[in-house]
Ligand binder design. Structure first.
Ligand code: TPP
Length: 301
């Protein structure tokens, strides 16, 4: 019922480059949330690899011309993971990396949830879960009607897929055969307070999702479904390449991920969805991510 993209050659140097970018995105996520003393961690960390591949390999974009009409569109529908999106955008050159220090501050362009009216390069304001995919359907339909060959990518959370609006949009996307639309589900099996199944032994407030349920649902709604290890850079590259070959159906990429990926004590812990970081946590996180942090413990705040 789902596809797995066939292996394709990816230059070792390109693979290394993308891995390093994903690592740097994770470092920026932790550093920024620590500095702001607020923000989400688990969700952005789980999406870091897909953001690296999208922004540095897949998307047709011009960071110095953010309004370029033919750019691919990217909507982070799970807008609470904005800090990961900002890290990818800063590293890609949309704005200076130093600006990350303003994250979540009053007046900053980098709000806790993405605000397209403030930050050039954002295609959609998000934060209220469930809405991004509807906007993506509109953008994909608009692109087709306008004769533009751009693609629209929407990143959703798996918890977000509990929102009814997601499935209204899924119906419409299939109805209009929007094969220029790719929904990427960050399937980390956790949300704000737990869920689902074995990954959350501490707390399971919702009924466990059956294995393969998301695959079955998107398929039932008429979408072409692909599955991928959401932390395997090479697999993400070839999955997005395969997703770009149109066959008359919108594509749902179910990316199997780990919430908090890359920071040992955050992985698979729902309570790291959002939480303040202690100096000890920060030092450990930097070590986990391959950064030296002796100064940061003392000087971070
Ligand atoms: C409509 C709506 N309801 C509730 C929230 C609060 N909220 C923010 S993140 C989150 C959990 C999201 O879980 P998931 O979609 O799985 O994202 P991830 O695990 O990748 O962070 C919730 C309930 C929200 N932002 N929007």
């Amino acid at each position: 019922m789902s596809e797995i993209a066939a292996p394709a050659a990816l230059e070792p140097a390109e693979l290394e480059r993308l891995r390093e970018i994903a690592r740097r995105i994770r470092v920026e996520i932790v550093r920024t949330v620590d500095h702001a003393r607020a923000g989400h961690l688990g969700g952005p960390l789980s999406a870091a690899d897909m953001l690296a591949v999208l922004y540095f390999h897949t998307l047709r974009i011009r960071p110095d011309e953010p309004d370029w009409p033919d750019r691919d569109r990217l909507i982070l529908s799970k807008g609470h993971s904005s800090v990961g999106l900002y890290a990818a955008m800063a590293l890609r050159g949309y704005f200076p990396l130093e600006e990350m220090a303003t994250f979540d501050a009053v007046g900053s362009r980098l709000q806790g949830h993405p605000d397209m009216l403030r930050l050039p390069g954002l295609d959609m304001s998000t934060g209220s879960l469930g809405m991004g995919i509807s906007a993506g359907v509109g953008m994909a339909l608009g692109a087709r009607l306008g004769g533009r060959d751009l693609r629209t990518y929407v990143i959703l959370g798996d918890g977000e897929c509990q929102e009814g609006e997601v499935w209204e949009a899924a119906m419409v996307g299939a109805r209009y055969r929007l094969d220029n639309l790719v929904a990427i589900v960050d399937h980390n099996r956790l949300q704000q307070f737990g869920w689902v199944a074995s990954a959350a032994p501490e707390r399971i407030p919702h009924p466990p999702e059956a294995p393969g349920e998301l695959v079955a649902k998107w398929s039932a709604f008429g979408w072409r479904v692909m599955e991928v290890d959401g932390h395997d850079i090479a697999a993400l590259v070839r999955t997005f390449e395969a997703a770009a070959r149109p066959d008359g159906r919108p594509v749902a990429v179910i990316a199997h991920t780990t919430k908090g990926k890359g920071v040992s004590f955050m992985e698979n812990r729902y309570y790291w969805h959002t939480r303040a970081i202690t100096p000890e946590d920060f030092a450990q996180a930097m070590r986990d991510l391959g950064e030296d942090a002796p100064d940061a413990v003392e000087g971070a705040r």
